[in-house]
Design a protein around this ligand. Structure first.
Ligand code: SF4
Ligand code: SF4
Length: 165
């Protein structure tokens, strides 16, 4: 067995090497400095403007990583749909299951990119008024399943109104 004193000295030596000469570092110095200087801006997880505030993402998240926060002023998205809250995603609790995106009604009902994404929501900027007037092309069973997660079912009700005309 290796002498304990030698193991200890080897440990001290490699730590001194890491501290003084930055050896064994996985992150390069330029990136480390940017992180330390606050120059790395986290990517947006929510596209706040087109989000309709339905809470579907929060209700479907298995880890409680999404919290709905009140808007200072409610926004009328379209007639009959008032947005009062927006989601905030806590990356520390996220397990990247993508349920939030996949159950977002913009994606699930209309096939457009959802307004929340665990990595980077990107540039999601549909014409929300036009989109919500579009017919939904998925089965009644699927609509019923998705609607269980939407706190505000106004999108679904609107569609039913359109069908009954
Ligand atoms: S991807 Fe993350 S935030 Fe979205 S539902 Fe899954 S755990 Fe929740
Ligand atoms: S499910 Fe989509 S539209 Fe609904 S609150 Fe979440 S991000 Fe916004």
């Amino acid at each position: 067995m290796k002498n304990l004193g030698i193991i200890f000295l080897e440990g001290v030596y490699s730590n001194v090497k890491r501290i003084l000469f930055a050896s064994d570092r996985v992150t390069d110095m330029e990136l480390r400095n940017k992180i330390l200087n606050g120059e790395i801006v986290p990517t947006d997880k929510v596209a706040e403007v087109p989000c309709i505030g339905c809470s579907g993402c929060k209700n479907v998240c298995p880890t409680g990583a999404i919290e709905m926060v009140s808007l200072e002023e409610p926004v009328e998205v379209i007639e009959g749909i008032i947005k009062k809250e927006k989601p905030e995603l806590n990356t520390l609790k996220c397990v990247h299951c993508y349920h939030c995106h996949d159950f977002c009604p913009l994606y699930a009902l209309f096939g457009e990119a959802g307004t929340i994404h665990p990595n980077d929501v990107g540039d999601v900027n549909p014409d929300i008024k036009e989109l919500l007037e579009k017919p939904v092309k998925i089965s009644e069973d699927k609509i019923a399943y998705i609607s269980k997660f939407l706190s505000d079912n106004a999108v679904i009700r609107k569609r039913e109104d359109q069908n009954s005309k």
